[in-house]
Design a protein around this ligand. Structure first.
Ligand SMILES: Nc1ncnc2c1ncn2[C@@H]1O[C@H](COP(=O)(O)OP(=O)(O)O)[C@@H](O)[C@H]1O
Ligand SMILES: N[C@@H](CCC(=O)OP(=O)(O)O)C(=O)O
Length: 356
């Protein structure tokens, strides 16, 4: 059985007037039902709460961005999940709602709890329908958008494929509005797409194509195939499953050596880091080299923050650019005492070191 995470973006589910496109939502349900009949396990990450709420009421007074988000998503999520419930029920399929937030993945324990929740649903043939809990996740620890959430889930659930549905056919080799630009069919983990992607977002989306491509690359590096395709195209999910070669999309080719489960967790934990470790040029070269190496204290030049053994820490080079994320084998107090020291156990063992 193949496990797929399907992310349906705001732009797929929103009409031009900002309200929910029920016809499109229904078409997505039809396609997911087809996937289920064809032995795919599906986790659906669905945006659309705001779109659903927007059409429901006119606020009594002028609201700021946070207030609007809280109000509309609170009303909208109920309606959104109601549509999914009714439409999937027509196919005899059971759904479950998962509202989550970035903080719910911040420790290994919480991460495993989220995984257990999804696993028990899949085992019982329930389709998880996931969205960020927009009513309460308003801090800087918000997901950039649901692309980030779907990448995290695909990685956490060891999915075979992550399909990100947006309102474009894939990543274009220039501005998608220019008629001469074309969709890039394949992207390798090490390709640089920065010259192609514009810093524009479609009407109702949050992250834009830059974050989508960043997430896609990270997930593909972990050994999961990532597809970016157009969710407004009829039967796109069925066509991607049945005749991918003839179906327009961008595929991020998965790395052939899959990442271990614990590294996958670390890979998506950068924002929960409790400390920052600065390393010298030689250490940076060693980490980036072809051999698998641990980070030794001898290459460390400075340590910021207070952390305990097993906390997540970020590793930066001379230019302060993030090089790696890892799990510390020391508390910061002890590590700071031994900066530059030889013959000590590694600060981050290779098994717990994820290179950016
Ligand atoms: N090179 C590119 N190829 C495709 N889309 C691009 C590119 N550069 C920028 N974009 C923009 O990214 C948008 C999709 O991202 P986003 O607004 O976050 O959608 P969603 O809500 O579906 O996640 C497209 O509508 C397009 O305007
Ligand atoms: N959680 C929000 C959507 C977040 C968002 O816009 O994400 P995206 O569809 O990736 O641009 C909602 O349900 O309205």
């Amino acid at each position: 059985m193949k496990r797929i995470v399907v992310k349906v973006g705001s732009n797929v589910l929103t009409r031009e007037d900002g309200k929910l496109d029920v016809t499109r939502l229904s078409a997505i349900v039809d396609q997911v039902a087809w996937l289920k009949r064809n032995d795919y396990e599906v986790i659906l990450v669905s945006s659309g709460a705001m779109a659903c709420g927007r059409g429901e009421l006119k606020p009594e007074c002028k609201l700021d961005t946070v207030g609007r988000r809280q109000l509309f998503s609170a009303i909208g999520q109920v309606k959104l999940i109601g549509y999914y419930h009714n439409l999937f029920q027509e196919y005899g399929l059971r759904i479950g709602q998962v509202l989550t937030m970035k903080e719910s993945f911040s420790t290994r324990g919480e991460y495993l709890n989220q995984r257990a929740c999804m696993t028990v649903m899949l085992k019982n043939d329930v389709i998880p329908i996931v969205n960020e809990n927009d009513t309460v996740s308003i801090t800087e620890l918000m997901f950039t958008d649901n692309d980030e959430l779907s990448g995290l889930l695909a990685s956490m659930m060891d999915a075979d494929t992550l399909i990100i549905l947006s309102n474009v056919d894939g990543i274009f080799d220039g501005d998608p509005k220019v008629p001469t630009t074309r969709v890039i069919p394949f992207v390798n983990c090490d390709s640089d797409l920065s010259e192609y992607i514009q810093d524009t977002k479609s009407g109702f989306g949050r992250g834009g194509m830059i974050t989508k491509a960043g997430i896609a690359r990270k997930v593909a590096e972990e050994g999961i195939k990532v597809i970016i395709a157009n969710g407004t195209t009829d039967n796109i999910l069925i066509d991607l499953a049945r005749r991918p070669q003839e179906t327009i999309h961008t595929e991020f080719r998965p790395n052939s050596t899959p990442t271990s489960r614990v590294k996958k967790w670390i890979a998506h934990s950068e924002s929960f880091a409790k400390g920052v470790v600065h390393i010298n040029q030689k250490a940076e070269e060693a980490l980036k080299g072809p051999k698998a190496v641990s980070l030794l204290l001898v290459g460390v030049t400075a340590i910021e923050g207070e952390f305990e053994e097993n906390d997540i820490i970020n590793v930066v080079g001379n230019d302060n650019k993030l090089i790696a994320v890892g799990r510390s084998s020391y508390a910061s107090s002890k590590a700071k005492q031994h900066i530059g020291a030889h013959d000590m156990k590694p600060l981050i063992h290779y098994d717990y070191l994820y290179m950016e």
